[in-house]
Every structure is written in structure tokens, then in C-alpha cells.
Design a protein around this ligand. Structure first.
Ligand code: ASP
Ligand code: MG
Length: 419
């Protein structure tokens, strides 16, 4: 059976981590392995900068590109030694695609430019990883994710055409019968053969799509954490790891902002019944966390999810009229058009208040639409804390010494906005 392994940016951030990846894969020589990789280290951020500089016609585009090239070249030199290895040409050719773009005028659609440039990060890393697996006698084929993950033209948030994507799986399946396959997370292709991306951190989602459509035995995401923790160990010293979690709970946690897995990852796996393992990349003998339908949830442990940099916007009418259903629909429409995702919402007779990730551009867009018709008040720099399976005493400890701006409780979930 097929096992899908996903290695994020951290797991391919330098030569040492690529070596560790190969060591992990070599332990599974009896399995059919599909490897999904992210861009190396912080390459996606660097490519975003490059794209902005290009679109804004700034002068530092070439310098940014040079830094990205140098970063990859250093890793290759450490892995392959001499520059005579064919991977150096493959990588140079991959960069040529960006260079050609940079010589032309930017396309009027920023998101289109973004996807053509930023997707290159995954092409670079997958080429290097595939070459290094072959170098270590793991017979590996590099494949282009755009031939499998078919999307529409929604650049930066490509919507996958599931039927078309499903019908391309037999080709991948038969390749996997013969060789280990390396492909890219995060990217797809349109019917006109342009690249799309699936949203930041989207390679977990790609891996879930591959695993579910291939009916894989499992998906393993190799992470820089021991597994799924009930809280961020950097903020809560007593954080502990879950041995197992039901799909539904993992989905809730991702939805409320636990960053260890992308929120879209769970649904395809649940639908296809493919278990997900979240395992520590640096301690590959550890079991990590298993997520499937048989897992039992230990509600003695509460999950604490902290989202920082939150904004709270309260909208009320100027003439003392109710926020009725009509107005509510209008407001939600405006919020959706500004691409704002609500993290918490509360309504009273005269106002609608909601909390979302601070993003100046999106906020301005919404504010400009609403400011003439409504009274708008806002706070910035807040924390939103969500506690699943909360205990009252625990909430007191979490909020001690802080000002509570707003709170909301359901049977299982407490949400508190703190200053
Ligand atoms: N490389 C992309 C990003 O950093 C996708 C991913 O890592 O999942 O957002
Ligand atoms: Mg990443």
C-alpha cells in the first residue's frame, strides 16, 4: 500500500535536514512512498518579497533573487559536493523561468504573478530532494504536481477540481508501483497550464488530497513538534502531546487556529478514511499523534489555542436602529468581499462585533465600505484564546492579570478576547 509523507519547510531547511529526510525514507524500503515537499526553509517568504518587488518595479528584485539562488546552491554544494551533478542544471533551469518573468512587465493580476513566482520554491526543493534520494540509491522519480492537482483560476487560493484531479491519479499510482515519487505540495495547475497555489501553508492540504485520492494506507506529516500538543509549548510549559485524536477534534482545533495542521487537511482524509500521523521529524522513532475515526478523545486535557494579533471591530447603526437579519446579511457580505475570516462573532440589538486576524489592507477595504453607513469602533493587538473542553478554574489562570474584552461560551468551547 501507498504511504504519503509530507515534509514541510522546516524538514528541508538545510543540507542536514535533507539528509535526515533521506534517512527516514530509507527505513520504508518495503512501502510505496509518495513524498510531498514544501519550499526550503523560509523560501516562500523570500519569493513573496521578490514578487512584491517585481510588481512594484523596485530595484532590489535581482538582489532578492540572488539570495534565494545562493541559499539553494549552498545546500546543493553541501549535498552533492561538485557542481558537475546534473541537479545544478535542473535548478538553474528552474530559476530561468523566474528570470524570464522578471524581464517582462507584470501581469495586471497581482495574484497571477504571485503564483507563477512563489510556486517555484516547491519546484526547487522537490528537484533537490529527488536528486538526493537517487544519490542515496533510493530509486526516485520527480513528478510535477500540476499534472495531478487541477484547479480553477483562483490564483493564491486555487480551488481543486476533484473529478479531474481524481482521474489523473492512475498515472501517479502506476509510477508509485515502480519507484518512490517526489512531488510538490502547495501548488496546482490550471487548464491553461499556469501554476496556482492553494494558500499559505497549503502543502498539508495537498498531501491530504493525494493521500485520499490514492486511497493511501496513511498520511504522515513530519513536523518540528512531537505531535499535536494541547497548547503551544512556547506559551504553556505544561503542554502535553495527544497520543490520538478523532478527526472531528483535530478539525475543530485547526479551525480555531492550532497551526500544526492546515484546517483543510482533515476533511479529505476523513472522507476517505485515511489516518493521519503527525510525527517529529527529528525523532523519527517516536510515534507522534494518530488522527483517525477510532481515536478516543481525552477530554480531561483541554486544548488551548492562542491567536495573537487580533482585531475586534464593532459595527452599530448611526440612528439607533437594530442590527436585524437584513443588515446582518449585508454586513457578512461586506466581510466576505474583503476576504476577512471571522474568528469569533457576537451580536447584540445595536451592534455586531467580530474578531479577525489583523491585516491592514483587508481591514481598510472593509472599513471604507462601512464607515459612512455605520459607526465603527475597533481595537487592535488583541489575543483570542480558545479553550476546548475547558475547566472554569483553568480559564481563571489563563486570563489572570489581563483585561477581558469579550467572551463566549458553548458547552465544549470557551472563547475569550484579551488585551
Ligand atoms: N511553502 C508554502 C508556505 O510556506 C506551503 C507550505 O509550506 O505548506 O506557505
Ligand atoms: Mg511551510
Amino acid at each position: 500500500m501507498i504511504k504519503v509523507f509530507k515534509f514541510g519547510g522546516f524538514a528541508v531547511s538545510d543540507a542536514g535536514s535533507v539528509k535526515n529526510l533521506v534517512k527516514i525514507v530509507s527505513e520504508y524500503s518495503d512501502d510505496q512512498i509518495l513524498i510531498i515537499v514544501s519550499a526550503m526553509g523560509k523560501t516562500t517568504d523570500a519569493l513573496e518579497k521578490l514578487c512584491n518587488s517585481y510588481v512594484e518595479g523596485k530595484e532590489d528584485a535581482q538582489d532578492i533573487l540572488k539570495t534565494i539562488k545562493q541559499f539553494h546552491e549552498n545546500i546543493m554544494v553541501e549535498l552533492f559536493g561538485t557542481k558537475s551533478h546534473p541537479v545544478f542544471d535542473e535548478i538553474a533551469n528552474t530559476f530561468v523561468e523566474i528570470e524570464w518573468m522578471l524581464e517582462d512587465e507584470p501581469h495586471p493580476d497581482y495574484d497571477f504573478n504571485y503564483d507563477q513566482i512563489v510556486s517555484v520554491g516547491e519546484f526547487l526543493s522537490s528537484r533537490i530532494v529527488a536528486a538526493y534520494l537517487n544519490e542515496n540509491n533510493i530509486d526516485t522519480k520527480w513528478m510535477d504536481a500540476r499534472d495531478f492537482i487541477h484547479t480553477d483560476n483562483t490564483y493564491r487560493e486555487g480551488i481543486i477540481d476533484m473529478d479531474k484531479t481524481r482521474s489523473s491519479m492512475p498515472v501517479l499510482n502506476s509510477a508509485l508501483q515502480k519507484q518512490t515519487v517526489v512531488t510538490q505540495g502547495f501548488i496546482g495547475g490550471t487548464s491553461e497550464n499556469f501554476s496556482t497555489t492553494l494558500g499559505r501553508e497549503g502543502s498539508d492540504y495537498s498531501a491530504a488530497i493525494f493521500a485520499s485520492l490514492l486511497n493511501a494506507e496513511s498520511l504522515t506529516v513530519w513536523k518540528d513538534v512531537p505531535g499535536i500538543m494541547n497548547a503551544d509549548p512556547r506559551l504553556f510549559a505544561s503542554a502535553q502531546k495527544y497520543e490520538e485524536l478523532p478527526y472531528s477534534e483535530a478539525l475543530e482545533m485547526a479551525y480555531y487556529g492550532a497551526t500544526v495542521i492546515h484546517p483543510k487537511t482533515i476533511k479529505p482524509l476523513q472522507n476517505a478514511g485515511v489516518p493521519l500521523f503527525v510525527r517529529p521529524f527529528l525523532l523519527p522513532d517516536e510515534k507522534g499523534t494518530r488522527i483517525d475515526s477510532t481515536a478516543k478523545l481525552n477530554t480531561d486535557i483541554s486544548a488551548i489555542i492562542v491567536k495573537q494579533n487580533q482585531m475586534l471591530l464593532s459595527i452599530s447603526s448611526k440612528d439607533f436602529s437594530f442590527i436585524d437579519e437584513h443588515i446582518l446579511i449585508y454586513l457578512l457580505q461586506c466581510i466576505s468581499e474583503a476576504h476577512i475570516k471571522l474568528n469569533m462573532m457576537q451580536r447584540s440589538a445595536l451592534s455586531l462585533s467580530f474578531c479577525f486576524n489583523q491585516d491592514e489592507a483587508k481591514f481598510r477595504k472593509l472599513y471604507d465600505i462601512l464607515k459612512d453607513k455605520f459607526k465603527c469602533k475597533y481595537n487592535e493587538g488583541l489575543d483570542l484564546i480558545t479553550v476546548r473542553h475547558f475547566k472554569r478554574e483553568e480559564l481563571e489562570t489563563i486570563t489572570a492579570g489581563r483585561t477581558i474584552i469579550m467572551e463566549q461560551f458553548s458547552r465544549n468551547t470557551a472563547q475569550i478576547i484579551l488585551q
